[in-house]
Design a protein around this ligand. Structure first.
Ligand code: NAP
Length: 253
């Protein structure tokens, strides 16, 4: 029986690259996301290497999440690894200029969506037991504050603490939990954050060497395939060309 990975947000970026990594290694791959055409294209590519099942899924929809998990086909039911990757940042403006709807969307996706999927898959992961893993995509924004991070960073701080707390409750079950926290990585993330502003996205990544989707996919695969007695609680990964800045100080003119 091949191992099974369930990936949310597989239509782009880290999730898509991770799907390729697992398929290359012969895992059975469940890919989910909202954009069906992309899922179909990816499924066709992955099917050349491994068993693949795709499901259109908005992680914010609790009923849909339960249905997708309940209707997993034979060969995909016994999930070994959950990659809770679906997520987004919106409005890199100061908090006082952001639409409330954008805050709600980030909370609904990064927090509620992530717990919806975790809750639905926990019984299966517990049944898998030793060697199972939950890999949650956090962010350096969940640890370090920066201007314009407001609810995004706070939602990723939730991911970090939820991961640690899950570790406590899952002790003795064999199920591992990791908060994987990347720094700047070039995906569609900034295009989504700026609501389609390609030049803003290009500006962020130009002239430096950001992480790639493949860099993070390799970390995801590494975590999932560690010996069963090893659990990485939190893995923070930045490009070498990224670090912290000094504190900001408000001064008189
Ligand atoms: N790129 C970075 O710099 C960076 C750094 C740290 C952490 N992260 C985190 O890493 C994760 C992946 O980001 P990425 O960089 O790969 O961005 P991306 O290229 O924009 O991919 C995001 C994925 O999330 C999915 N998604 C968004 N909302 C969803 C929803 N409501 N239901 C289901 N799927 C949804 C998207 O699929 P659909 O639109 O098809 O649904 C897409 O596949 C996110 O959690 C992000 O916060 C990114």
């Amino acid at each position: 029986m091949s191992q099974v990975v369930f990936i949310t947000g597989a239509t782009s970026g880290f999730g898509q690259a991770a799907a390729h990594c697992f398929a290359k290694a012969g895992w059975s791959v469940i890919i989910t996301g909202r954009r069906e055409e992309r899922l179909q294209q990816l499924a066709a590519q992955l099917a050349l290497r491994a068993p693949v099942h795709y499901a259109v899924l908005d992680v914010r929809d609790e009923t849909a999440v339960k249905a997708v998990v309940a209707e997993l086909p034979t060969g995909f039911k016994q999930v070994t690894s959950l990659v809770n990757n679906a997520g987004l940042a919106l409005s890199p403006l100061p908090a006082q200029k952001v639409d409330l709807a954008d805050w709600h969307t980030m909370i609904d996706t990064n927090v509620t969506g992530l717990v919806n999927v975790t809750h639905a898959l926990l019984p299966t992961l517990l049944d898998t037991g030793e060697g199972a893993s939950i890999i949650n995509l956090g962010s350096i924004a969940g640890q370090w504050p920066y201007p314009g991070s407001h609810v995004y960073g706070a939602s990723k701080a939730f991911v970090k603490q939820f991961s640690y707390n899950l570790r406590c409750d899952l002790l003795g079950t064999g199920v591992r939990v990791t908060d994987l926290a990347p720094g700047i990585a070039e995906t569609e993330f900034t295009l989504v954050r700026t609501k389609g502003d390609q030049s803003a996205s290009d500006k962020l990544y130009n002239g430096t060497t950001p992480l790639t989707a493949e860099d993070i996919a390799e970390q995801i695969f590494y975590i999932a395939t560690l010996p069963a007695h090893i659990c990485i609680n939190r893995l923070e990964v930045m490009p070498t060309r990224q670090a912290w800045s000094p504190f900001a100080v408000d001064r008189d003119e």
